[in-house]
Ligand binder design. Structure first.
Ligand code: FES
Ligand code: FES
Length: 182
């Protein structure tokens, strides 16, 4: 923490001012897409920025930055979260999966294939978040109704598709996953 003598706006009386050390760092260890990762990060760094700017995993997108659009969805300890709302200081010991970790071995995940096949992605900006949230749904519910799909994806905004193709893709992926018993 730094401090110095300054003046308040409306007074010539010197005041002690503090500049809290916003770059305070801590060493954290976490699992990222199955790989143990250790790094020193500023506590206040957002998980989204950590992934994109420090680690170089740019598949996770920033839309709103305020938890409203779902573009930044990743899994944290098995649950989908908005990575724009998670501070790096909370990540020690965490298990994180991003869109780059969705493939099964070298193969695209059936959900990714279904989005391609059904035109569930147009500009693609929302797609990583949609895919992550769709997988979270299908992990819990292997045969969701249209209403359940629309509800599960209600926090993920798309400006292009009109959602019908996304819903179709999730239904097709669900059928494929059931057929393959995945
Ligand atoms: S960027 Fe995180 S919810 Fe929109
Ligand atoms: S495909 Fe463009 S925002 Fe969804």
């Amino acid at each position: 923490m730094e401090y110095w003598l300054g003046h308040s706006e409306n007074s010539s009386i010197p005041m002690l001012q503090f500049d809290y050390e916003v770059t305070m760092k801590r060493k954290i260890q976490f699992n990222l897409n199955g790989q143990s990762t250790s790094m020193e990060v500023p506590n206040h760094r957002l998980l989204l920025d950590l992934l994109r700017d420090e680690i170089g995993l740019t598949g996770t997108k920033e839309g709103c930055g305020t938890g409203d659009c779902g573009a930044c969805t990743v899994y944290l300890n098995g649950k989908p979260v908005n990575s724009c709302l998670v501070l790096s200081g909370e990540l020690d010991g965490a298990d994180i999966v991003t869109i780059e970790g969705l493939k099964i071995g070298p193969e695209l995940h059936p959900i990714q294939k279904a989005f391609i096949q059904d035109g569930g992605a147009q500009c693609g900006y929302c797609t990583p978040g949609m895919l992550m949230m769709s997988k979270a749904l299908l992990d819990e519910n292997s045969n969701p109704t249209e209403e359940e799909i629309r509800f599960a994806l209600s926090g993920n905004l798309c400006r292009c598709t009109g959602y019908a193709k996304i819903v179709q893709a999730v239904q097709d992926a669900a059928a494929e996953l059931r057929a393959k018993n995945l």
